[in-house]
Write a new protein. Sequence first.
Length: 254
Amino acid sequence: MLRALYSAAAGMESQQLNLDVISNNLANVNTTGFKRSKAEFQELLYQTTRAPGADQGSGNTLPTGIQVGQGSKAVATARVFTNGDLTQTGEQLDVAVQGDGFFEVQMPDGTLAYTRDGAFKTSSDGRIVTSDGLPLQAGFQPVPSGTTNVTIGSTGNVTYSGANGNTNFQVQIVRFANPAGLESMGGNLFHAGGTFDHGGVCRGEFCRDDLPHLDTDISRGEVRISPHDRGFRWNSVHSSRQRSECSNRRVVGG
């Protein structure tokens, strides 16, 4: 009886986490550069009451045994870095990374963070910054005064055009061997950690005047959330029934 209660409680925790992850994916359906997460689970230890292959005497052995599981546990919430749809904005500094890779930004404390959000702006001193004012690294140069046009090529070659002529330079991105292991910081930023190796700064493929959107499919999220909600409710009802039966037995038994 108690084992059933523990298994149901563990199942409720697992289903609740799954609901939380899917709900967060749906809440960020319009967040620029957002990458959905997926919850991953493992079964808990099994209790063996009858071992397969046990000797039954006279040379006979059990063909199968009895093992009872004790629920499930969450082991990871991994980001899924697939490409979403692109939304054309017409803004010169809106850039989307095609394929793998991240823009590198500098945090106020001097550390580096990484983002897929390419909705860039210019600061008062001409630097290319994120919507939160974090300056871009990996080759991004300040926009000179008097610049009238910014061209960002598909391979990261950038040209500033103005009355004083053209300024040309190359920007790059950062790729990671295990992007799913990056730590989310909020604000569309990821942190690599002190011991997290990346594949190096390299050239990437860009789409100018576009922003990445809709990596999360609303209809798919709603379809996925329904069975998990039913699973959560089933575990909850099962746990309540088990508690009720346990209480009744105690009352009857004195």
